[in-house]
Design a protein around this ligand. Structure first.
Ligand SMILES: [Mg+2]
Length: 377
């Protein structure tokens, strides 16, 4: 009897750190959102290749519909390239105000199902539905039906025990489809995926892994923690979990957001400051739309511009400011660009919010200090 109880205690103690209540997360992603909204307004364009963005002539596409994708058009592609691939493409200017209105409508639909909504952009969000009785697949289908009925647009969904897997799954049966990955299938689901599907593995890391014979998450699963840490530093330990589809990040409603930003990797590098300024203006409009939709009441503390150059070096320029201002962003861009002057692969811009509850945080820090002192003493 004593033996049995000691054994149970032992099992509980050793299992405790890994035992987590299973979450059920839905990732909803609208299908080619901006293009779909434009086509809804002009249904006669439905079967034609349509792309949104690039109004300045040297800008880039933000979204294209499926007929356009058949010509190889992609978001973030420069307009001149798109026109080479598909001369008959119909280019429409970006209308963020319109997309924002539809986005608000979609958020209202989400809110009927759960309060735990984390928007990623105007057309994408994570929903935590762990507390609901129905199956995740039914909830997702019901949300997608509501969206179709009320907005005339289609969405895709991924249903999984965490954000990482849900987001990968929502891409699986696109457009207008969904995929459930139950907890028991997560590791097998991850096995065949290319490494670049993992959050945080960019083209550079993927190339480094490919050089070492690592192409899929399964290849990563074959390595132990020590090998991963040796090859990838501190990110190696994260990789150990991510390649198995383990991700403990909670769904965070927007009020806990610390920053808001967007970034774009260009399929062809931007070669001068002027084209960077053009791209910045488009991304600024997008940031403003996201800000109004997601955090209209938050106090802003900083603005920043982030660049990644052709040699993969990164730099960030930031400044204290309480309003998002295009001129400030232009100045930050010039400063960041001036540090290298090389061709630009990626441009990001964003803002950091002021800590909304500093006093609570200070209290927490003070308590931490007390607990640390007690346990060490
Ligand atoms: Mg989308």
């Amino acid at each position: 009897m004593i033996c049995q109880s000691a054994r149970n205690q032992h099992i509980q103690a050793s299992e405790h750190p890994t035992v987590k209540a299973l979450r059920r997360i839905i990732h909803i992603d609208m299908d080619c959102f901006y293009a779909a909204v434009e086509i809804r307004e002009r249904p006669e364009l439905a079967d034609q290749p349509v792309a949104v963005g690039g109004s300045s002539g040297r800008g880039v596409l933000t979204t294209c519909n499926y007929p356009a994708r058949q010509f190889g058009l992609r978001s973030a592609m420069p307009v001149f390239k798109a026109k080479q691939l598909c001369p008959q493409v119909i280019l429409l200017p970006v209308r963020f105000e319109l997309y924002r209105a539809v986005s608000t409508q979609i958020r209202e639909i989400f809110a009927r199902y759960t309060k735990l909504i984390e928007p990623l952009s105007l057309d994408e969000a994570y929903l935590d539905v762990s507390h609901l009785k129905q199956r995740g697949a039914e909830i997702a289908r019901s949300i997608r039906d509501d969206i179709r009925r009320e907005t005339g647009l289609t969405a895709s969904a991924g249903i999984a025990p965490n954000k990482l897997v849900a987001k990968i799954a929502s891409d699986w049966n696109k457009p207008d489809g969904q995929l459930v990955v139950p907890p028991s299938k997560v590791e097998a689901f991850m096995r065949d995926l290319p490494v670049k599907k993992i959050w945080g593995v960019g083209p550079k890391s993927a190339a480094r892994m490919a050089a070492g014979g690592i192409a899929t998450c399964g290849d990563l699963q074959a390595l132990d923690r020590t090998q991963l840490a040796r090859q990838f530093g501190s990110f190696g330990l994260e990789l150990f979990h991510l390649c198995r589809g383990i991700d403990e990040r909670p769904v965070e409603p927007h009020r806990t957001r610390k920053s808001l930003s967007n970034e774009r990797t260009f399929s062809q590098n931007l070669t001068d400051l002027e084209s960077c300024h053009d791209a910045l203006a488009t991304q600024f409009a997008e940031l403003m739309a996201d800000l109004r939709a997601q955090a209209p009441d938050r106090q802003i503390a900083k603005l920043f511009v982030k660049l990644k150059f052709a040699d993969f070096r990164r730099t960030t320029a930031e400044t204290g400011a309480t309003q998002p201002d295009l001129n400030i962003f232009h100045a930050l861009l010039a400063e960041a660009w001036g540090r290298s002057g090389r061709d630009v692969r990626l441009l990001g811009l964003g803002l950091r919010f002021a800590e909304h509850n500093e006093r609570a945080e200070q209290l927490e820090l003070a308590l931490d200090a007390v607990i640390t002192t007690e346990s060490s003493g």
